[in-house]
Design a protein around this ligand. Sequence first.
Ligand code: AMP
Length: 421
Amino acid sequence: MKKEERIFSSPVGMKDILPEEGFIRQTIEDKAKEIFQIYGYSPISTPILEDSGLFNRSLGKYTEIVTKQMFLVKQQKQTFCLRPEATSAIVRAYLENNLHKISSFLKLYYIGPMFRAERPQKGRLRQFYHIGVEALGSNSPFLDVEIISLANRILEEFKISGFQIKINSLGCFNDRSKLKKILELRLKDKLKKLCLDCKKRYRTNVFRILDCKNEECKEVTKNLNLSHEEYLCDSCLEHWTVVKRNLDSLNIKYLISLELVRGLDYYTQTVFEISHPDLGAQDALGAGGRYDRLISELGGPELGAVGFAFGVERLLLAINPKPQLDGQVKVFIVVLGEEAKKKGFALLHKLRYEGVSCDMDYEEKSLKGQMRRANDLKVKLVALLGDNELKKQTVTLKDMASGSQEEISLQGFSEEIKKRL
Ligand code: AMP
């Protein structure tokens, strides 16, 4: 029978993460986790599959994610979807596991893949990763400031500069309805100028018109003359003032943008987005905001919450220079002959137990071949074992930077190595 010749590829918009990028991602994740801990956030992880109804309810049935971008998985009578975002899933987990009863206030972080069936382009994938936080159970504007300053801090730690934080307030549920009416009214006689999608959005999700990237739509939305005073109630105006004042006091630079609405139904009051000029058309590094109605919308008590998510692939585009993979392995053991191989293998095992990153070659390569591999790995030390060394119970150590060589005793080998690293 003829062997099948088809070569498989990964699904469109979903890519393999190879070691070099994997290492950079690991560095990003480790750094982010360190900062989350400093700010008092604990890890949470939810399943990749969720009941698709969860997102219909939380994001809004007319949002782009729900109408066009969900990967659905039908299993007997149930329809699941590959999660397009984590906030709704975390609120689901928070309620299902009664976390709100254990502690009325909880700060969580997560890192993991999200799935949206979008048209792939630079910085836009169908499987991408979020690093995000959710702080659940508080209405304090100080929490909004904490979340924005945490996002700012993470970018600073990654040495990303030139980003811009845009903020806005949508107000409470009633204010949002007021804003919706204002938008409908001011856009009514400009509908002709809007793109086809926005004409539809006018009826289904008018807020999304403000997110449209079409130049003519942008021209229209730029001139809507919105002001917070016309739709924010006294309490939301006060919340907004406290947020701005405290961002100022922390010296966090931001730009107020009344056109920033975020398309999802669950956002209330503060919303923000962080963009970077080097990213091209998909310029948002991350985004977030307050979602005071989501917990009750999903069956829980009336509790406020704030969160954000960074897109890891966008962070990767913005981080320059990138952390380097080189030099992970510190010691390479070069062996000549069968006896030396056995001894070298035992030394490798011992060194690894002592926490030293080391490696050797199992392929019977020549001395030159083994040295080349040591060079490629950019190790600090090469430990050479041949017949001579075995006879004298020694190892020849070569410092790869200086080229200097010395003989050390096999006894106390790992201590001597550790001294030189
Ligand atoms: P969102 O949940 O849409 O607010 O997304 C938060 C962040 O995730 C965005 O600011 C992007 O950095 C990133 N992101 C969203 N969608 C994609 C995608 N399709 N591909 C890559 N990154 C994405």
